[in-house]
Design a protein around this ligand. Structure first.
Ligand code: FCB
Length: 458
C-alpha cells in the first residue's frame, strides 16, 4: 500500500470537509445581520495579525455556490458548516431575521441536491454582541437564549438537515475568549472564564432538548477540541502539570458531557480563583444527557511542563494560569504554526475516550488539518502526508480499541480567516485569493478526490 493511500474505514464512514461562518462568510452588515463579538473584537487595534477581520473573508455569503461546487467535485459525503447566530437573531433573541435564515436554507437545499449531507454547527464562536453586552457566556441567560436560537434554526432547516452540532470547542470559547483574551470577547478573567465554560455546557444541554423537541429524529452532538497532555519529563511535578492541563482542557468538558460528573480535582485546582457557584442542581443531568455522537477536533498533543505558580494569588490568576507550560519536543516535526505533528495523539485521544467513558457514543473527527503559511494556489507539500498519517492513526484506534468512528472532516475546505492569526495560515484543500475571491483546488484536493473516487469504485 502506498503510504499516502487512505486506510480502510468501517462501512458507511462519512468523508467530509468543514468551515465556520465567521471565517468564510463575510457580508457582516448584509441582510440585517447583527454584530457578533468577533466583529467588535477585530476592531480593537493589534488583536488580529495583519489587522484583518472576517468582514469580507472568502465572501461565501455570496459565493456559497462555489463552495458547494468544490465539495461536489471533491466527492465528499458531508459538509460541516456553521450558522451565524447574529444573522438569524441580530439581537441574540427576539425578532427572527428571515433573510439570514434564507441563506442557510438555500445552502442546505443545494447540498441536498448534490447528495451532500449537511452537518450544522450552531455555535462556532460568533456570539451576538448584544448578548455579550448583557454578560455573554458568564451569564446563565445566554444558555437559555442559545436554546431558543437552536429551536429557530432547527425549525427551518431540520426537515433536510439531520446532523446537529451544538457547540464548537467550548474550551476555546471560554478560555481563549474569557481567560487569555486572545479571542473575542477579549476578557481576562478567572471566575468569569470558568462560568463561561459551564454556561456553554448548560447551553449545550438546553439546546439538545430544544433540538429534540423541535426535530425528534435529529442526530445531536457536540464538538470538543481534545489534546492529550503528556508529561514533558517523568518527574512528579510534570506529571501533576499534565494532569492540571488535562483537567482544564479535556476533562472539564468530557467528564460532564460523557460521564455526567465534574472532574475530580477541579475544585482544588481553582480554589483561589472561583467558588464554582455557577453550578446548579440538575445541571449535570442536563449536560450529561446521552448524545447521538461526539465530535472530536484534533490538531496536536501537549507536552506539559510544570512552572511555579502561586495558588494564593487570585487577583493575577485567570483560568488558564495553572502553572503549566507547553514544552518543545526535540525531533518532533512542527507545522508552520509551530504545532507538533503527532498523529499518535489522535490515536490516544480516541482510544482514551473509549477507555474512560463506557457509554461513549459514535465519534466523528469533526476537524483535523494543517496550515501552511505560504500563499500558493497549487502545491501544499505538508498536507497529504498530514491527512494520510492522521487517518492511519484513527483507523488503528478503530481496529485496536473498537472505537465507533463514523467519519472524518478535513479542516478546512478553503483557506479562511484564522481568528487572531488573521489570513496568514492557510488550512484549505483549496486556495483562496482574497483579492478576487477565486478558489483554486490544491494538490491535496486532487489527491483526496482521487482517493474518494477509488473507494466508490470498490
Ligand atoms: C479550531 C477551530 C477552527 C479553526 C481550526 C484551525 O480550533 O475550531 O475554527 O480555526 O482550529
Amino acid at each position: 500500500m502506498n503510504p499516502f493511500d487512505l486506510p480502510e474505514m468501517p462501512a458507511g464512514f462519512v468523508w467530509g470537509a468543514a468551515t465556520a461562518a465567521y471565517q468564510i462568510e463575510g457580508a457582516v452588515a448584509e441582510d440585517g445581520r447583527g454584530d457578533s463579538i468577533w466583529d467588535t473584537f477585530c476592531r480593537r487595534p493589534g488583536v488580529i495579525a495583519g489587522g484583518g477581520s472576517g468582514a469580507v473573508a472568502c465572501d461565501s455569503y455570496h459565493r456559497w455556490r462555489d463552495d458547494v461546487d468544490l465539495l461536489d467535485g471533491l466527492g465528499v459525503d458531508a459538509y460541516r458548516f456553521s450558522v451565524a447566530w447574529p444573522r438569524v437573531l441580530p439581537a441574540g433573541h427576539g425578532a427572527v431575521n428571515r433573510a439570514g435564515l434564507d441563506h442557510y436554507d438555500r445552502l442546505v437545499d443545494a447540498l441536498c441536491e448534490r447528495g451532500i449531507r449537511p452537518f450544522v454547527t450552531l455555535y462556532h464562536w460568533d456570539l451576538p454582541q448584544a448578548l455579550e453586552d448583557e454578560g455573554g457566556w458568564r451569564s446563565r441567560d445566554t444558555a437559555e437564549r442559545f436554546a431558543d436560537y437552536a429551536a429557530v434554526v432547527a425549525g427551518r432547516l431540520g426537515d433536510r438537515a439531520g446532523d446537529w452540532i451544538t457547540l464548537n470547542e467550548p474550551y476555546v470559547s471560554a478560555i481563549a475568549g474569557y481567560a487569555e483574551g486572545r479571542h473575542a470577547p477579549g476578557a481576562r478573567e478567572g471566575h468569569g472564564a470558568l462560568a463561561a465554560a459551564h454556561h456553554l455546557l448548560v447551553g449545550h444541554g438546553l439546546a439538545v432538548e430544544a433540538l429534540r423537541s423541535v426535530r425528534p429524529q435529529a442526530r445531536v452532538g457536540i464538538t470538543l477540541n481534545l489534546s492529550p497532555a503528556v508529561p514533558a519529563t517523568a518527574t512528579a511535578a510534570d506529571e501533576a502539570a499534565a494532569n492540571r492541563m488535562d483537567l482544564l482542557l479535556n476533562r472539564q468538558f468530557t467528564d460532564p458531557v460523557l460521564g455526567g460528573t465534574y472532574p475530580d480535582g477541579f475544585e482544588r485546582l481553582y480554589a483561589g480563583v472561583s467558588d464554582l457557584s455557577f453550578r446548579r442542581p440538575g445541571d449535570l443531568e442536563l449536560i450529561g444527557a446521552p448524545l447521538d455522537f461526539l465530535g472530536v477536533n484534533y490538531y496536536y498533543r501537549i507536552h506539559a511542563a510544570d512552572v511555579p505558580y502561586e495558588q494564593s494569588d487570585p487577583v493575577k490568576r485567570t483560568a488558564n494560569d495553572i502553572g503549566v507550560r507547553s514544552a518543545p519536543r526535540p525531533g518532533v516535526p512542527l507545522t508552520d504554526l509551530g504545532w507538533p505533528i503527532e498523529p499518535q495523539g489522535l490515536y490516544d485521544t480516541l482510544t482514551g475516550l473509549a477507555g474512560r467513558y463506557p457509554g461513549l457514543p459514535p465519534v466523528y473527527v469533526t476537524e483535523n488539518g494543517v496550515a501552511e503559511v505560504r500563499d500558493d494556489p497549487g502545491a501544499d507539500p505538508a498536507r497529504i502526508r498530514f491527512v494520510a498519517e492522521h487517518l492511519a492513526a484513527a483507523a488503528r484506534a478503530v481496529t485496536d480499541a473498537g472505537v465507533d468512528l463514523r467519519g472524518y472532516f478535513y479542516w478546512s475546505l478553503i483557506d479562511n480567516f484564522e481568528w487572531a492569526r488573521g489570513y496568514g495560515p492557510r488550512f484549505g484543500l483549496a486556495h483562496v485569493d482574497y483579492s478576487t475571491g477565486t478558489r483554486t483546488p490544491r494538490a491535496s484536493y486532487h489527491w483526496l478526490r482521487e482517493q474518494l473516487t477509488l473507494r466508490t469504485q470498490k
